[in-house]
Design a protein around this ligand. Structure first.
Ligand code: NAD
Length: 373
């Protein structure tokens, strides 16, 4: 079986809606960025990556492939890392910040957008600080660790007149666009059952993902969010209730603060049920849907890919793309054109997922069915 440890997950990198014209007073792109474009015949959206861990590395690679965005700045707590990135990506000294002097980014006209790639509990603080500095924001998934935090982030961005997106890379990925089409257009009729699972074996006790205060939760927060997302966009509906069960704790040293694994069931208004699982204790990466007149599925299906899938009519066969570059291009182009981002990637969308995650945890803790209002 394919090893899906976090490392191999990351190694898979090798591979690798329209928006309406803005009515609100968003800061005009032209007044934000002074940096000239290299290839795109206009100004690129200049992005500062905030937090330079593993995923920031993938985003930097995506930014190099991007047509509409470029890596213009960094925010890091490690001077040595700043030096390394400065050299590797040719980042001017004046576009390098640490977590203390970050607010000075307000005066930097070379930065248009801050991409927050910090551990989950820090998304709120840095999104709000970036918004108050007048920068558009993309924050990584999960948007934050509570609905209260998400609401504060949405408000801060609205108050500052900047746009807020969540880093939902699969919203631009061809296999996922296809399962969304198959489900929502009812190509095989009404979807009745979805099974979605994502998990990998965790073995590093120092990993922040195992610390509740900074991670917000365990695999449900980190990986289960992809199961929630995919079921929601395949059905085009919001779950109305959930039941959930924590899995056994097989390693008390690793899992003293967050769940080792969790299974949950979401009931949708059209009658569909999604049975989902997420784990730091075993490897799994699949999506399956059964509809009245056929089925569709992918495995690998929810990670970085490359994805493999089939339907009742045969194999799914789409080109492998750089997911980060594609996502950044879609967002960058709209912001450059002063258009609203589509609702399926905004803070409101991130908030919906966190609301469901809170309900799943409440269901697992109480053993009761939780209604989502
Ligand atoms: P990581 O551990 O590799 O990097 C985290 C970075 O944050 C490091 O540079 C670290 O130095 C910095 N940091 C600052 N304060 C910290 C603190 N108090 N504790 C720990 N680290 C701190 O993590 P990552 O895998 O890059 O994940 C970062 C974010 O990106 C998470 O929210 C994660 O969910 C998200 N992510 C998204 C995807 C995706 O496919 N969209 C993939 C991986 C990670």
């Amino acid at each position: 079986m394919k090893d899906l440890s976090r490392r191999s997950f990351l190694q898979n990198l090798g591979m690798s809606a329209g928006a309406t014209t803005l009515a609100l007073a968003l800061p005009s792109f032209a007044t934000l960025s002074k940096k000239e474009s290299r290839t795109y015949p206009g100004k690129k959206l200049n992005v500062a990556l905030c937090g330079l861990g593993n995923y920031a590395g993938m985003l930097a690679y995506g930014l190099e492939q991007s047509q509409y965005c470029s890596l213009a700045g960094i925010v890091t707590g490690h001077p040595a890392k700043a030096e390394e990135w400065k050299k590797q990506y040719n980042i001017p000294e004046k576009n390098i910040y640490n977590y203390q002097n970050f607010d000075k980014i307000r005066n930097n006209e070379d930065i248009d957008l801050v991409y927050v790639v910090l551990p989950n509990a820090l998304h709120k603080e840095f999104t709000i600080r970036a918004a108050r500095a007048g920068k558009h924001v993309i924050t990584e998934k999960p948007m934050s660790i509570s609905t209260k935090d998400c609401e504060a982030m949405i408000k801060a961005c609205k108050d500052a007149g900047v746009q807020l997106a969540v880093g939902y890379r699969l919203h631009y990925e061809p296999y996922h666009l296809e399962i969304k089409r198959l489900g929502q257009k009812k190509i095989f009729g009404q979807v009745r059952l979805i099974e979605a699972s994502l998990g990998y074996k965790s073995d590093d006790p120092t990993q922040w993902r195992l610390k509740k205060a900074i991670a917000g939760g365990g695999p449900l927060m980190d990986l289960g969010i992809y199961c929630i997302q995919s079921s929601r966009y395949v059905l085009g509906e919001e779950p109305i209730s959930v039941t959930a069960q924590f899995g056994p704790n097989t390693n008390k040293k690793l899992f003293s603060e967050v769940e080792a694994s969790i299974n949950w069931q979401m009931n949708f208004p059209g009658g569909a049920v999604c049975s989902a699982a997420s784990s730091y204790n075993y490897n799994v990466d699949r999506f399956f849907a059964s509809a009245d007149e056929g089925q569709f599925e992918m495995s690998p299906g929810l990670s970085y890919g490359p994805f493999k899938g089939k339907t009742s009519n045969g194999e799914l066969n789409f080109p492998e793309i750089n997911q980060q570059a594609t996502q950044l291009d879609a967002i960058g182009k709209l912001i450059i054109e002063n258009k609203y981002l589509p609702s399926h990637i905004t803070g409101e969308e991130g908030l919906k997922d966190i609301k469901i995650i809170e309900a799943v945890y409440a269901a697992a803790r109480s053993g009761k069915k939780i209604m989502i209002g």
